[in-house]
Design a protein around this ligand. Structure first.
Ligand code: SAM
Length: 273
């Protein structure tokens, strides 16, 4: 089993499947990565070839095998307070919000991975929004991978994962659990977030209302999608954002050629116009 080899033909089958179902565009050089990641699953299921696994996957109507595959294929790297410049921008934004009469904020952390991004948002707003307790803040945090969502929902992180959190915030918002040597996020912050499984590429956007989000974070996932998929997604985000709402993307991503309806605010932040 250790010398299970993914043929070019099998790779093409998975490549198309992954593109159609996840939007992830795998280049030819990814054949070894796909082979390495899927081999474990093929072995675990007691199958003898990648083709056999492909048949199992494509005939599985429960969606369970797709969920498993998405966990294997996606890169889930994330961290607390990722993209420092964006948090600097949000400091200014939070100060300006003091005059906001509605005292209501709706935020979507699309592709939230193991939760560091939405928990950072919750900590950040609780700290920087004047009289944050008087605000109605709801953060929707979604990802295609049930595995990372499960981790996110525990709200528990290793010491290493918490290294990027200011010690004052760590002390304020986390409880250290010596038994597991991990930090558990405050329940009040956790209650600001709703975690849901959602596929940005094949998901049903009719579930959302036009103009419902003040802020959308979609960071470090569009980079895996091809241009047409990115364009469609950005259009959908535009529709879902409120007037003058903000879209945050990853610093290695850009809305070049698809900025229509947005103006750049720097630091990979775009405002709906
Ligand atoms: C690199 S992480 C980014 C996490 C976080 N946004 C950040 O910037 O730190 C990318 C995430 O995108 C998710 N993902 C990949 N394809 C997706 C899709 N089609 N729909 C929703 N999420 C997807 C992966 O499961 C993964 O958790």
């Amino acid at each position: 089993m250790s010398n299970l080899v993914l043929s070019q033909k099998e790779f093409t089958l998975f490549k198309h499947y992954i593109y159609d179902h996840l939007g992830i565009n795998l280049g030819a050089q990814k054949i070894y990565l796909v082979q390495a990641r899927l081999a474990k699953r093929v072995k675990q299921l007691g199958l003898v070839s990648f083709k056999e696994y492909y048949d199992r996957l494509s005939n599985d109507t429960s969606g369970e095998e797709f969920a498993y595959l998405s966990s294997l294929i996606s890169t889930n790297v994330t961290s607390f307070f990722r993209e420092a410049k964006q948090w600097d921008f949000l400091k200014t934004y939070s100060a300006a919000l003091a005059e906001h009469p509605a005292k209501k904020l709706r935020i979507w952390s699309a592709a939230c991975s193991s939760g560091e991004e939405p928990y950072t948002l919750a900590m950040f707003l609780d700290t920087h929004l004047a009289k944050s307790g008087a605000w109605d803040i709801k953060i929707l945090a979604t990802d295609v991978s049930p595995r990372v969502l499960k981790a996110a929902q525990t709200g528990t992180y290793t010491q290493k994962a918490c290294a990027g959190i200011d010690p004052v915030l760590l002390q304020r918002y986390f409880t250290y659990e010596s038994q597991t040597q991990s930090f558990r996020i405050d329940e009040r912050l956790k209650s600001m977030i709703t975690f849901r499984e959602y596929n940005l590429v094949t998901g049903n956007y009719a579930l959302f209302k036009e103009g419902m989000f003040d802020i959308i974070f979609c960071r470090n996932v569009m980079i895996y999608f091809d241009k047409p998929t990115q364009e469609q997604l950005v259009k959908k985000f535009h529709t879902l954002l409120t007037k003058e709402g903000y879209l945050f993307i990853g610093s290695s991503e850009a809305l070049t050629d698809m900025k229509q309806g947005f103006k750049s605010k720097g630091a990979s932040i775009y405002q709906k116009v």
